[in-house]
Design a protein around this ligand. Structure first.
Ligand code: ADP
Length: 625
């Protein structure tokens, strides 16, 4: 019989499995059982609407068998089965494109062992080849009269041929490898190892996992002697983790469950396990991941929680259970209030589901608030990864959710570290009317802004907005506890006393001719050139006039389709007490033009904006030097 070749990518993955030095080879069993369970799930679903399908207890059972002599371990189910075509497509190619993408990205990085891929994704059926040198899959699909056998001994390919099988379902037989110097494979032929592995990885599988167990029991007829008894035993407790009592569950159980189910190789930052009764009755088990999933920022990412009805999975990612600002949350909800064969469309309008979603939103917020209060360090770690989502949450939907989220926000502060809005508010001086902020690329750069220095010198705190969304979110909030947010980079921001203001006004009036000339040199680039006394010891700065701030203009101009429609109106501010002010007053027109352009370009650079002609800028400076 002609051997068929694996698809190139599958071959690669398979090769990786066969030669793997992965230390947790044992996960192969979890993968096979999980496939058997999925196949049984599918059958069960069908039986709900098709009464001709046999979904008796016997057909909803997964069996494990060991044959030490033949060195085989068998996993059998009476689930939906596979046709010959399905055997080819499902086992001949690998659907786990994610794991392969990951591999490609790191192809040149020797240090990233493929181990991580295995750990992260649990590569499914192919993991059998970590412990077996020959794998046979015999399957008979639901509704088909013919059975087929798929056989492979590794990368050289596989065969599919018709065979005999009475019952519907799939039997996977692994021919366990011989022991090597470094690896004990014999253990996978021991019933206690298998029993242990089922308990460890597959305990909550809904269907009984049954194995024939041999045990020695006292002989009732002959005292002191033992007889061998052979019984079928169910190895798994079948109680899903989330249905167990919280005090029966160890932290490791949660972590292990999370990693397996949500394909993460890090423990979660936070586990939220809740049982809710009342308007809606449901169990929820939710996790905050440590890192964003790989596809989190791609458009392929789908938010949602798994939805179970009484322990039966009805939807893998139910988006209606999570608001967008919590899209990073992984987990599941199990409720007896939902009917099993509910369709997606109906579900969307389900009243019960809406109540659950609301309760979940509330729960997540309160858990985050608790973490913020009790474990600041951990919260800050969380916020670094996902805080931007919360900020977008404040901004989006016309600010509909801002009140529930505002106290979960953190901002960098000129006092160092992160600050909540409440903390900022609480330490504001009585005389301080507004909450000050400045926008820029990084806290380091912001700290150096002339305006920031001047405000800090007065002993006041400035919020550093370093995320694009910050200012948009704050505009949506408008105020916090009666205090407005004020951008210190705005032209009309001025902390000086009345006398100082008067002096500045006079200086500008007296210098009108000079300033008009300078504005003339810059054309449309600026709306005005002004003297100011709010720059501390620095010579120049740019400020924005009107609604659009410098940072917003920067962000908006980067959005697709925005073009140059949104421009900030810029004011070039010159420190009236700086020696440069005198230089300007005494310069002839030719010099003044050069000085003006240099000052303007310097101010642009300080504000984090690019300059049109850096070469000319440099040449002019050199010329003057
Ligand atoms: P995954 O289960 O994550 O999709 P696998 O490589 O483990 O990836 O399996 C590939 C596919 O083979 C499955 O999606 C399923 O369609 C099919 N399959 C595997 N095992 C069985 C089984 N016991 N019964 C029916 N189909 C199966």
């Amino acid at each position: 019989m002609r051997k068929k070749q694996f698809k190139a990518e599958s071959k690669k993955l398979l090769d990786m499995m066969i030669n793997s030095i992965y230390t947790h080879k044992e996960i192969f069993l979890r993968e096979l059982i999980s496939n058997a369970s999925d196949a049984t799930d599918k059958l069960y679903f069908k039986s709900l609407t098709d009464t001709s399908i046999d979904a008796s207890a016997d057909s909803l059972t997964i069996r494990l068998d060991i044959d030490k002599e033949k060195r085989t371990l068998t996993v059998s189910d009476k689930g939906i089965g596979m046709t010959d075509k399905e055997l080819e497509t499902n086992l001949g190619t690998i659907a786990k494109s994610d794991s392969l993408n990951f591999k490609k990205e790191n192809e040149n990085d020797e240090n990233i062992e493929n181990i991580e891929v295995i750990g992260q994704f649990g590569v499914g059926f192919y993991s059998s080849f970590m412990v077996a040198d020959r794998v046979e899959v015999v399957s008979k699909a639901l509704g088909s009269d013919n059975a087929y056998k798929w056989v492979s001994e590794g990368v050289d390919g596989y065969t599919v041929e018709p065979c005999e099988k009475d019952e519907r379902g799939t039997v996977v037989t692994l021919y366990i490898k011989e022991n090597t110097e470094n690896e004990d494979y014999d253990k996978y032929l021991e019933q206690y190892t298998i029993e242990e592995l089922v308990k460890k990885y597959s305990d909550y599988i809904r269907y009984p996992i049954v194995m024939e167990m041999t045990s020695q029991v006292p002989d009732p007829e002959k005292e002191g002697e033992y007889i061998t008894e052979i019984n079928d035993e169910t190895l798994n407790s079948r109680v899903p983790l989330w249905r167990k009592n919280k005090n029966e569950i160890k932290k490791e159980d949660y972590n292990e469950f999370y990693k397996q189910k949500f394909f993460d190789y890090n423990d979660p930052t936070l586990v939220i396990h809740s049982k809710t009764e009342g308007q809606a009755t449901f169990d929820a088990l939710m996790f905050l991941p440590k890192n964003a999933p790989m596809d989190f920022y791609s458009k392929d990412y789908e938010k949602g929680l798994q939805l179970y009805s009484n322990g039966v999975l009805i939807m893998d990612k139910c988006p209606d259970l999570l608001p967008d600002y919590f899209s990073f949350v992984r987990g599941l909800v199990d409720s007896a209030d939902l009917t099993l064969n509910i369709s997606r469309e109906v579900l969307q309008h389900d009243h019960q589901l809406k109540i659950i979603a609301k309760a979940i939103d509330k729960k997540l917020k309160s858990e985050l608030a608790k973490m913020l209060k009790k474990d600041r360090e951990k919260y800050e770690e969380f916020f670094k990864t996902f805080g931007v989502q919360l900020k977008w949450g404040v901004y989006s939907d016309y600010g509909m959710n801002k009140d529930g989220l505002k106290d979960l926000l953190l901002f960098k502060s000129s006092n160092g570290g992160y600050v909540t809005l409440k903390e900022y508010r609480d330490r504001m001086a009585d005389s301080q009317d507004d909450i000050y902020y400045a926008c820029g690329e990084s806290e380091e750069k912001l700290a150096l802004l002339p305006q920031c220095e001047a405000v800090k010198e007065k002993g006041l705190e400035v919020l550093y907005f370093t995320d694009d969304v910050d200012e948009f979110a704050i505009q949506m909030l408008m105020e916090y506890d009666g205090k407005h947010f004020v951008n210190i980079q705005k032209d009309d921001f001025d902390l000086s006393s009345d006398a100082e203001k008067e002096a500045a006004k006079k200086k500008n009036e007296d210098s009108k001719e000079l300033l008009d000339k300078m504005k003339g040199f810059l054309g449309d680039e600026v709306t005005a050139v002004k003297f100011t006394n709010k720059l501390g010891s620095h010579a120049v700065s740019l400020a924005a006039e009107g609604y659009v701030s410098l940072e917003m203009a920067k962000v908006l101009s980067q959005m697709p389709g925005a073009g140059n429609d949104v421009k900030a109106q810029l004011v070039l501010e010159i420190n009236s007490t700086h020696p440069i002010a005198e230089k300007l007053a005494s310069a002839d027109d030719e010099k003044l033009e050069k000085y003006t352009k240099i000052l303007y370009n310097q101010a642009r650079l300080i504000a984090g904006l690019s300059i049109d002609n850096p070469t000319l800028f440099s040449d002019t400076i050199c010329e003057l030097m």
